[in-house]
Each structure stands twice: as C-alpha cells, then as structure tokens.
Design a protein around this ligand. Structure first.
Ligand code: FCB
Length: 448
C-alpha cells in the first residue's frame, strides 16, 4: 500500500464553460468561447457549450455524485460572464449559483477550490482587444473583487488563472482556442497581461491564493544535437519558465525575453508589474498530462511556440491517450522534483491530471481500465515525489464529468463519471469507482 499524508486532498475538477450549459440563462452574457464555438470549423462536429453537461441545472445531482465518489475537495471555475453583465452591473443570479454550489460542498465536507479564470473572457472585453489589451487585467481584478466579496467567508482556496499558457498562446497565436487569433504579437502581450491580472487579483484576495500552470518535462530528441537542445530550451522557456519565473522569482527568464524580443514582449512590462506578479502564494497548482520530446530539425510548424515556431514534437513511441498525448507518468515525478529543486518551495496541488479514451458503454457499465491505469500510474508518481520530499497536498482528477473538451467538443471524454449527452444521466466509470476507493483509503493499493 502506498499511503498518502494525512489530510491529503482527493478531488476532481471541472471548468464553467465545459460543464455548466445554461449559456443564455439567468443573465449570463457571451464569452469568447460562445462566439468561437459557433464559428464553422472551429470545434469538432460544430459542438458548443450551450448545454454542455447541464451542470447548472443538475447541481444537486453532481454534489451527490461527488459524495458518492468520496471526494473531499472539488475544483471548479466561476464564469465571469455570469457575474458581471454587459452593462458592467453585478448579476445577482450568477452569484447565487456559485453560492449554492459552495454551500452544497461545505454541507458535504468537500473543500471548494475556486478558479476565477478558466478561459471564458466576456466577449465585450475581447471586442476591445482582449488580453492583448492591458486594461483587461484591471477588468479581471474588478470581477475578482465581486466574487471575493460574495464568497471569501466560505472559500479558502482561490486560484486566479488556469493555464494562462493556453489562454494566451493557443488563443492568440495558434488560434485553436478562443478567440481564435493568429497574431503572435498579441499573444506575447496577452502573456504579460494575464500574469498582471493574476497579480492584481492576488492583491485583492490576499494570502489564500494560488495559480495553476500546465507544466511539462521537455527533452531534446537528440541530446547531442545543439539544434534539438536549443529547441528544447526554447520550448521549456515558453511552457514552463515563462510562467514559473515571474510568479515565483519576480523576473522573466533572460533567454525567453531574448526569444520574444522581436514580438515586442518587453514593451508591455511596466515598473512595479513584476512586484505585483510575484507576491507570495499559498500554493502552486500543477496540471499535468504529458511530456514534450522536441526537435528543431525541419518537419513542422507549431504556431503557439512563438519565437520558436520551428520546434516540434516527435513521438517517443509510447502509448497514447485518445488526445494523441503520450503517457509519461515519470514526467510528473520529474516536474514535481524540478519545482522542489529549482524554485522557492511552496505547497503543490495537482489541480488536473487525467486522460481521454474511447469509452464504450456495455450493459450500462463503462469499464475504462486504461483510464484507471493512467490514474494509478500518475498517482504512483505523485506518491514517489512525496516520498522524495516534495510537498504535494492534493490531487484533482480531470474531470468529474465527461464534458465540452474545447476544440474537440464532446468527442473526447475525460470524466471519471460518464455523461449521457441525451439524458444527462451520470454513471461513475470503473475508474471513478476505483478512485473513490483510493480516496476513501487515502492510499493506493499495490500495483498488480
Ligand atoms: C487542460 C484544461 C482543461 C481540460 C484538460 C484536458 O488543458 O485546463 O480544461 O480541457 O486540459
């Protein structure tokens, strides 16, 4: 048995646009994802989050599901579009939903982990330039103040941003996420303005604050080839150090500043910004799915890797999930140890980890052995990291429910509970039942 530390958090995660639905109800206004998903060709099958997993209407069902799965923590995001309307007024009905959610969690002994921004910028801000525009960070802080005032008496774990890498580089450089722009200079501006938004929000929330980054081990394909080694350096810079260094150390890495200089990145940094951005955190959120194995040799363009577009990933020949992501549990161990060894130490939450597979329903059951193994192997890596001294306090499976997987729509299922998108019935999968046992025992069984 691999026993976890006492009080370890066993959670699951979701995000507002991916599960809530009720897109035009109770005063919710449009976000960039509403607009983007309606544009032909943006999302597989033309799917949108209009109904999603119908969580907005099935809140009580989902709270009961969390109890059934033995969760003692739940990570969700608040939809900015529900909280402030297009006239800038506070929408009481939107706040009511999150108050009911938080109260329902507390009644069941489940700790709420609230994320303020999981990519759904109100469209009115995008029209004015989105995250490429500095004052979007101030609008984010104003919204934060409203949510904080309503919920700080009940919520102790606040996360400002989820994966600002995706919000900036996938949204503004690759154009594969909302708002779908392919403008590297705007993407560079968005990087800094998202981090500034984090800093401004942090100054409102105070100490109980965290931020979540998607982190990766980045390995050169040929460690003896200087071209591959430099490609790996650049990709590590964009994926990991561009976020960790300003937040944890108060400075952008010199080499990344040089890589991004042609895009005018440094022009956006004003005196005092990095002081705000690097104010102390209570914890760091880590999302982990896979690793990068990178070459700089010709072969493809990766538009989100601004400043290093010619770097690209090469398969290691490992098993992959339905997303095509290679399974690399040891990479999570490496990421956690790197944080421990190279950065100022603070408590870590694994705020997302999980996998999509092509589930089949047989006699009402989903026997997703591959997903169960994925969780088992990655939780094993977390346990190994804890044994090696890394201060990991909790783990959140992505995701509680099958949901709207961004540009992949409903085609990719990540839930530990299956959602029937016709009836909206929830059914714990084998992986979910296994996870409930592990959470209940606070231990992993021996791997067999
Ligand atoms: C992460 C996102 C999350 C989900 C998973 C699969 O990048 O934060 O919303 O889509 O990937």
């Amino acid at each position: 048995m691999s026993v976890f530390p006492e009080g370890f958090l066993w959670g699951a995660a979701t995000a507002a646009y991916q599960v809530e639905g009720a897109a035009a109800e109770d005063g919710r206004c449009e976000s960039v994802w509403d607009v983007f998903s309606r544009q032909p060709g943006r999302v597989v099958n033309g799917d949108t989050g209009d109904v999603a997993a119908n969580h907005y209407h099935l809140l009580d069902v989902d709270l009961a599901l969390m109890s059934e799965l033995n969760l003692n923590a739940y990570r969700f995001s608040v939809s900015w579009s529900r909280i402030i309307d297009d006239d800038g007024a506070i929408n009481r009905k939107g706040l009511d939903f999150y108050e009911r959610l938080v109260d329902g969690l507390l009644d069941r002994g489940i700790a709420p982990f609230l994320t303020l921004y999981h990519w759904d910028l109100p469209q009115r801000h995008e029209i004015r330039g989105g995250w490429a525009q500095r004052d979007t960070a101030q609008h984010f802080a104003d919204y934060t103040q409203v949510v904080y005032d309503a919920l700080h008496d009940r919520v102790n774990n606040w996360t400002t941003l989820n994966e600002p890498y995706c919000a900036s580089l996938l949204g503004y450089a690759a154009g594969v996420h909302a708002p779908g722009r392919r403008e590297p200079r705007a993407a560079a501006a968005a990087v800094h303005h998202l981090l500034l938004g984090h800093g401004l929000a942090r100054s409102i929330i105070g100490d109980n604050v965290s931020v979540t980054f998607n982190l990766y081990p980045v390995d050169p394909v040929d460690p003896d080839d200087p071209i591959d080694v430099d490609a790996a350096r650049r990709v590590d810079g964009l994926q990991n150090r561009l976020w960790l260094d300003p937040v944890l150390c108060g400075r952008y890495p010199d080499d990344v500043l040089a890589d991004l200089a042609p895009l005018g990145f440094a022009d956006h940094i004003r005196p005092g910004d990095l002081t705000l951005i690097s104010a102390p955190l209570a914890a760091l959120g880590v999302n982990y799915y896979t690793g990068h194995h990178v070459t700089g040799q010709p072969g493809g363009i990766t538009p989100e890797w601004i400043g290093s577009e010619h770097a690209h990933n090469v398969s290691r020949g490992l098993p992959t999930t339905a997303m095509g992501w290679e399974e690399l549990p040891d990479g999570l161990f490496r990421v956690l140890n790197r944080l421990h060894d190279e950065y100022p130490r603070l408590p870590i939450h694994i705020t997302e980890n999980g996998a999509a597979y092509d589930d089949t329903v047989v006699d009402g059951k989903i026997e997703d052995h591959a997903r169960q193994r994925y969780f088992e192997q990655h939780l094993g890596a977390v346990h190994d990291a804890i044994q090696a001294g890394v201060d990991v306090r909790g783990y959140f499976a992505w995701s509680l429910l099958d949901n709207f997987e961004w540009a992949e729509g409903y085609a990719k299922r990540f839930g530990i509970a299956h959602v029937d998108f016709d009836t909206f019935a929830r059914t714990p999968k084998l992986s979910g039942r296994w996870y409930a046992t592990v959470a209940g025992a606070n231990a992993l069984p021996e791997q067999g």
